[in-house]
Write a protein that binds this ligand. Structure first.
Ligand SMILES: Cc1ncc(COP(=O)(O)O)c(C=O)c1O
Length: 396
């Protein structure tokens, strides 16, 4: 059997039609497959590789840490320098009230931890989440996911979850002294990039404060410069009680985190002790990689260049088949009339050496979320490919 057949046979599958590209090398914005064909990567591993694939400083940090130690002991027992230094760096770049970092292995685990923390802190069990939201695929995270199609096969899920429309003031009256937390994506990514109104988020923040409800914001896709700010919530002038991090947090290595005020996080130390535990969360190599990536992000001033790159995409992507473009920095959704058109354009783009995909709850929109290191030349080339792909499929 060749590699592709072995992949289909022995690697557990999640869709009947996986992309099945065999990538052998990735550098910067470019992926190379086994036949030597190159692809411009417009999705960055779904908002993971914000500083590009295999940035030399990230690779160097991984190698250096691998020479020192790998796994030592379950999370939270030893003083492990990569965790400590990275936690300090994150805290230094967050509002003062977000000063305690609980490292996990993934975004979904960060969601789980934050939901547990909100219950412990408030002594309440009800959670408000939003329609068309995505916070991960484990059962707690799935319980707050905002789409019945994806949830239904796994019932019974967690009780006490209320799903409400995003950006709608009706939510305010549902937040009461029985609500443990309100959890939302700062920008709804998998819905196809929908941002909240400033006034709505402010009202939500105020209502949470009034009722002693924790406001949890999922920054897993929007963190680390993706939206043109280090953290997505910065654009809205509010500070959440808990944030969720993942994806770019590990610089290409698996890492997640939830972040809260230390006094809240300390709930996990008693009644019961070990209130949330993980063997591998905050793996030293992942923390070393993540910290190196964050240093690159800041030192190379990548965030400051996001707005002009977003503007260039928007300026170049004009075509009658494009119905709308929604964007917040380099998190962009290009909308077509249907999933069928979108899929055809995406497939043609891949044939032509450009990798993109659609959104979980926004199947008629194409994802543009490249490494933030993408150059203007690469953006021009990418847009040329997208426009010619649209022309070709429309003629057919
Ligand atoms: C907004 C958001 N939250 C949570 C997650 C879950 O992260 P993970 O896949 O690392 O569990 C994702 C993953 O796509 C996400 O986009």
């Amino acid at each position: 059997m060749n590699q592709r057949q072995l992949f289909l046979q022995h690697v557990a599958q999640t869709s009947p039609a996986p992309l099945a590209l065999e990538i052998v090398k990735a550098r910067g914005v470019i992926l190379e497959d086994a036949a030597g064909k190159e692809y411009i990567d417009l999705i960055a591993g779904i908002s993971v590789c914000n500083v590009g694939h295999c940035h030399p400083k990230v690779v160097k940090a991984i190698k250096a840490q691998a020479e020192q130690y790998l796994h030592l002991l379950v999370y939270g027992e030893f003083v492990e320098s990569p965790q400590v230094q990275y936690a300090k760096m994150l805290a230094d770049h967050l509002p003062e009230s977000l000063n305690s970092i609980y490292f996990t292995n993934s975004g979904a685990e960060a969601t789980e931890g934050a939901m547990k923390l909100a219950k412990r802190v408030t002594g309440r069990t009800n959670i408000i989440a939003f329609e068309q939201s995505y916070h991960g695929s484990t059962q707690g995270a799935l319980s707050i996911l905002g789409d019945e199609y994806w949830r239904n096969a796994y019932r019974p899920l967690l009780p006490g979850i209320l799903h409400l429309p995003y950006n709608d003031n009706a939510v305010l009256e549902h937040i009461t002294t029985d609500t443990a937390c309100v959890i939302l994506e700062t920008i709804q990514a998998e819905r196809g990039v929908h941002a909240p109104l400033n006034s709505w988020l402010t009202a939500l923040r105020n209502r949470c404060t009034e009722t002693g409800t924790l406001l949890v914001m999922d920054e897993i896709q929007t963190g680390f410069g993706r939206t043109g700010h280090l953290w997505g919530f910065e654009a809205f002038g509010i500070v959440p009680d808990i944030i969720l991090l993942g994806k770019a947090l590990g610089g290409g290595m698996p890492l997640g985190a939830f972040v809260a005020r230390k006094e809240l996080m300390d709930c996990f130390t008693a009644n019961p002790v070990l209130g949330h535990i993980t063997t591998f969360g905050g793996h030293p190599v992942s923390c070393a990689a993540g910290m190196a990536a964050m240093k690159v992000l800041l030192k190379e001033k990548l965030i400051q260049k996001v707005a002009e790159k977003e503007a260039l995409f928007r300026q170049l992507l004009h075509h009658p088949a494009i119905k709308a473009i929604r964007s917040r920095g380099l998190l962009m959704a290009v909308e077509f009339d249907s999933f069928e058109t979108n899929k055809k354009v995406i497939d043609r783009c891949i044939e032509k050496g450009l990798l993109t995909d659609w959104f979980l709850f926004g199947a008629n929109s194409m994802r543009i979320a490249p490494p933030l290191t993408i150059t203007k030349k690469e953006i021009r080339k990418a847009c040329e490919i997208i426009l010619s792909a649209i022309d070709e499929i429309i003629v057919e």
